[in-house]
Each structure stands twice: as C-alpha cells, then as structure tokens.
Design a protein around this ligand. Structure first.
Ligand SMILES: Nc1nc2c(ncn2[C@@H]2O[C@H](COP(=O)(O)OP(=O)(O)OP(=O)(O)O)[C@@H](O)[C@H]2O)c(=O)[nH]1
Ligand SMILES: [Mg+2]
Length: 297
C-alpha cells in the first residue's frame, strides 16, 4: 500500500490498534484474564463475538501447541490468524464486466464508483457509468461529476425512471462501444427486502439476458463507521443481489474496522477495496496483511 494511504488507514484504525496493542502488552502471564481482555478488545473493534471467539480460541491453541509465551510471539500468531480469517475466494477480473454497486443509503457507493472509474482507466480499461439510482435527480448529477472527472461516458435517464431500463440502455451502448467495464450505480433507499430483491433481480435479469458474455461483479459497499450494522446490511444484500465482493469505506474516520471479519466469515465474500477518504485517489485494493498490520501498528 502506498505510504500515505497506509498511514491514513492506520490513523483511521487507531482505535482498535491502541486497545489491541495495550492488551497484548499485558501478556506477562498468559492467564485467563489476558485472554478475556483480548477477547473484549477484539469485540470492541467491531469484530463481533463469534469472530473474536474464533480468533482467541485459535490463538490459545496455537500458542500452547508451539510453546509461544512472549508478547511478540502472540502478536505474530494473532496477526496470522486474523489474516487467514480474511481469506475468501476471489473471482479473477474478466472483460467485459458489469459491476453492480449496491449498498444502503449514504455508504459511499457513488464516490467509490468515481474512484473505481479512475482506477480502471489508469489500468487501460474502457469504462462507462450507468446511473441506475433514479430515485432522485441529484444522484445522477453527482455521478456525472465523477464521470466528468474521469472523462468517461455516463448513461442516465430521468428521475423516477425504471432502473432496469437504464441498465438496458447502458448495456446496449456498452456492447456497441466495446466498453470493457460498465459500472452501475444503484439506489440505497429501498423500503424492504422484497422491494430490494425485486429491483436487484430485474437489473440482473437484464444484464444476463442482454449481455451474457459479461462477467458480473456485485460489489457491496459497507460504511466501516456503522459497526455491526454493516453485517446486517451485508446479509440483506447478499441474499437479494448475489454479492461477490465488498468495498469497505470511510476507514479514515472513526471506524474501528473489525466489521469485515464477521462479513467475510459468514458470507465467504472477499473484501476487494478500502476507501480512506473523499478524494478520487482515496481507494486502495484490499490487502489482508496490510490491513491487519494497520489494526495493530
Ligand atoms: N471520509 C470518507 N468519506 C467518504 C468515503 N467514501 C464516501 N465518503 C463520503 O460519504 C458521503 C456519501 O457518499 P456517496 O458516495 O454519496 O454515498 P452513496 O452510497 O452513493 O449515497 P446514496 O446515493 O445517497 O445512497 C459523501 O459525503 C462522501 O464524500 C471515504 O472513504 N471516507
Ligand atoms: Mg449515490
């Protein structure tokens, strides 16, 4: 990770880091109290009880098995365990691709799309954006600002139009123009799960029918500052939209960052990107080892 971004992430995650390092410093005797405090520290990092218990249980087992008793040894073991917990099968990038970007209201979908457009453009891909968040006019205006910055075409309809209809037009123009990556912005304001399912299904049906040669990546954007709510959101979108990747945003803020552990553990979807700011360059490919290092120090 570039130095600047790594330090942004580290600063953002400093809450978890401080408590984790502090607790590990108390190792002196690896007694019950130490493991309990460690469990608490992990839970406090938004990791959730199940993931935290798994990590501490595994640490106890490995430390005993290997006879590791010092702080540094424990830290290294725990880091390895946490990195392994973040491992999930990742589908390789394949072109053409349609990237459906989903997630609840305000998590950073549109911003992440702007950053992704620039990122893939720098990698030499041809890109188009699709404004399928037709819920309010401001949504497509915001997306058109990002499209302008990245100098990529944007396909949009009027406010209130059928999102699947915009996707239909965007797919048609992507095929005609030989676009390699079509990124679709979706609305976060869906009243209930049935509504969400129907909307997602319609969009996916259009893509599958009109663009069967395209790989579909459904990227769920999770705001790291929402803590355990992120897990609830991930569950809902996983069921409704067939999520196969996660982008975790706002790690530069007050986020503690632990919420990705239960998401990956339960849904077996990989974290692909992390957002560490509002600027167009503030997106980074996820690297589990660097992430875990940033959690500690
Ligand atoms: N600090 C910080 N702010 C971010 C990040 N990503 C997005 N934001 C901010 O979060 C706010 C919401 O971002 P949007 O991209 O509009 O979120 P959205 O999911 O598209 O929102 P809706 O379209 O309303 O559902 C904006 O003010 C962004 O600048 C990030 O990584 N860090
Ligand atoms: Mg948006």
């Amino acid at each position: 990770m570039a130095g600047g971004l790594f330090s942004k992430l580290r600063d953002g995650l400093s809450k978890s880091r401080r408590s984790m390092s502090a607790v590990m410093g108390e190792l002196a005797a690896a007694d019950e109290e130490y493991f309990d405090s460690l469990l608490d520290a992990l839970i406090l990092s938004d990791m959730g009880a199940d993931s935290a218990e798994e990590a501490v249980g595994e640490l106890r087992r490995r430390a005993r098995e290997l006879g590791v008793k010092d702080v540094q040894g424990h830290q290294a073991l725990l880091k390895d365990i946490l990195v392994q917990m973040l491992d999930a099968p990742k589908e390789p990038l394949r072109w053409p691709m349609v990237m459906l970007v989903v997630g609840v209201n305000g998590v950073g979908k549109t911003t992440t799309i702007g950053k992704l457009a620039l990122r893939f453009q720098a990698l030499g891909r041809t890109i188009a954006l699709c404004a399928a968040d037709t819920f309010r006019a401001a949504a497509s205006e915001q997306l058109s600002v990002w499209a302008g910055r990245a100098k990529v075409p944007l396909i949009k309809h009027q406010e209130g139009a059928d999102p699947a209809g915009v996707v239909f037009d965007a797919v048609k123009s992507a095929k005609a123009g030989g676009t390699q990556l079509l990124i679709v912005d979706t609305a976060g304001r869906l009243h209930n799960k049935k509504n969400l399912m129907d909307e997602m299904e319609k969009m996916r049906r259009v893509i599958d029918r009109e663009f069967p040669e395209a790989a579909v990546r459904c990227l769920l954007v999770v705001d790291a500052t929402t803590g355990q709510n992120g897990l609830q959101q991930a569950r809902a979108f996983f069921d409704a939209a067939g999520v196969n990747g996660v982008a975790l945003t706002k790690l530069d803020g007050t986020a503690k960052g632990g919420v990705i552990f239960p998401i990956v553990r339960e849904l077996k979807v990989p974290v692909l990107y992390v957002g560490v700011g509002e600027g167009i360059d503030d997106l980074q490919a996820f690297d589990a080892k660097e992430y875990v290092d940033a959690l500690f120090d």
